[in-house]
Design a binder for this molecule. Structure first.
Ligand SMILES: *Cc1c(COP(=O)(O)O)cnc(C)c1O
Length: 392
């Protein structure tokens, strides 16, 4: 027996453990100080009423023989898939209901999708980025290249034709930088992928935060259906981080080696996944109803207001940042050339504010810092006052 020794290659990630340790030590030393957490990477507002009602009704259905449900279909119930197709149509993108696969979240799909690709593909991953893409591909033994991002491209990595890649992860609006691609930039990625015969794995977990005409989906770009899989989630858009539901779109036009990736993924899910529970799919369908959309929109607007409060403060302070306008995240350059951890300590000690050092998201995160809008208006406003008093 041999274990998968690629696990040894994973870079130990103590980021959030170190943040918690330092925060707890500060609280113990300063019990009277009110700490403000702007490092939260999880939603904080409760589910929409319509969504909870639908989930409860789903539970009631399970109570009676006549309405009881057993195993769901692997790819999700048609009525949910149809609502998701209609949701896409709402922002002008056409996907077929049977191109949508309902899942227990985008994180699982981001990792599991690798099952349909050979291990000897080269994976291109923007830096900095959501760590799941990197770690899942290290576990699978794939070669990883990084597409760097920084101030020069406003933290939107762009393709380099000299780089040969087979699988490309993109995340827009990005976690951790909050930066979101324009259509012409995504078109460059689609053209690059088509030229290299590569497949883009497009993580749209934050699409609902986009406010202007930037694409909400990679399929808004011509040619994307021949080269891209889209992964999305109800976690950030509808507060489903604890409920667990997401969806992955694989167009039937996406083929490689004469095979539809849609069929490979169906087979993969049928083999290793038994679907999402009835109450959760009822709740997911309610998210896409008119009332659900309106109520979820209110929560997103609440976070967005916090993000704008933080963005305006950074504007006032003259600090370079990305995000905040189409994302719950703000990604800022640490003042006075401080490292991410130096700025973390400084903010904690001097202002009792907790954020996240950028170093944990990749090499290009050095010297940067992430703030999030998943807190109350009051706490965010107070944080801004403390930030301005400290950094002005
Ligand atoms: C939060 C997040 C997700 C969502 O994952 P779930 O498993 O659906 O909760 C996906 N991608 C990114 C970049 C995220 O930040």
């Amino acid at each position: 027996m041999k274990i998968n020794d690629r696990f040894d290659k994973l870079v130990p990630n103590y980021l959030f453990a170190d943040v918690a340790r330092k925060t707890n030590a500060f609280i113990a030393a300063h019990p009277d100080q009110k700490i403000i957490r702007l490092g939260i990477g999880d939603v904080t507002l409760p589910l929409a009423q319509t969504v909870v009602d639908a989930m409860q009704q789903g539970c009631e259905d399970l109570r009676y023989r006549e309405s009881f449900k057993g195993y769901p279909e692997y790819e999700g119930y048609d009525f949910v898939r149809e609502q998701i197709a209609a949701y896409y149509a709402g922002f002008g993108v056409s996907v077929e209901a049977d191109e949508v696969f309902i899942s227990d979240g985008a994180k699982s799909d981001c990792g599991n999708i690798g099952d349909i690709f050979s291990e000897d593909n080269t994976v291109l991953i923007p830096d900095p980025v959501y760590p799941v893409y990197v770690d899942a591909n290290i576990m699978a033994g794939r070669r990883i290249l990084y597409a760097p991002s920084g101030k020069e491209n406003h933290f939107l990595a762009m393709p380099d034709r000299k780089v040969e890649a087979d699988i490309i992860y993109l995340c827009s609006p990005n976690n951790p930088t909050g930066a979101a691609y324009h259509a012409d930039q995504l078109k460059e990625w689609v053209d690059y992928a088509l030229e290299k015969n590569a497949v883009i794995l497009y993580d749209a977990a934050y699409e609902a935060f986009i406010q202007d005409d930037r694409p909400r989906s990679i399929y808004a770009i011509d040619g994307a259906k021949e080269c891209a899989i889209e992964l999305c989630s109800l976690s950030k858009t509808a507060g489903f981080t604890g409920v667990r539901c997401g969806y992955t779109v694989i167009p039937k036009a996406l083929t490689r080696s004469g095979k539809r990736l849609h069929d490979l993924w169906y087979r993969r899910q049928a083999t290793k996944f038994n679907g999402v529970s009835w109450p959760v799919q009822c709740a997911a369908a309610a998210v896409f109803s008119e009332a659900g959309q309106e109520q979820c929109r209110r929560n997103i607007d609440y976070y967005r207001e916090n993000a704008l409060t933080l963005a305006h403060a950074l504007d006032d302070l003259g600090i370079y940042y990305t995000g905040g306008h189409h994302s719950p995240y703000l990604w800022l350059e640490c003042p006075d050339h401080m490292s991410g951890w130096e700025f973390f300590d400084y903010l904690l000690e001097k202002a009792a504010i907790v954020g996240t050092p950028g170093d944990g998201f990749g090499r290009c995160g050095k010297g940067y810092f992430r703030l999030t809008s998943f807190n109350t208006h009051e706490a965010t406003q107070e944080a801004v006052e403390r930030l301005c008093a400290l950094l002005r």
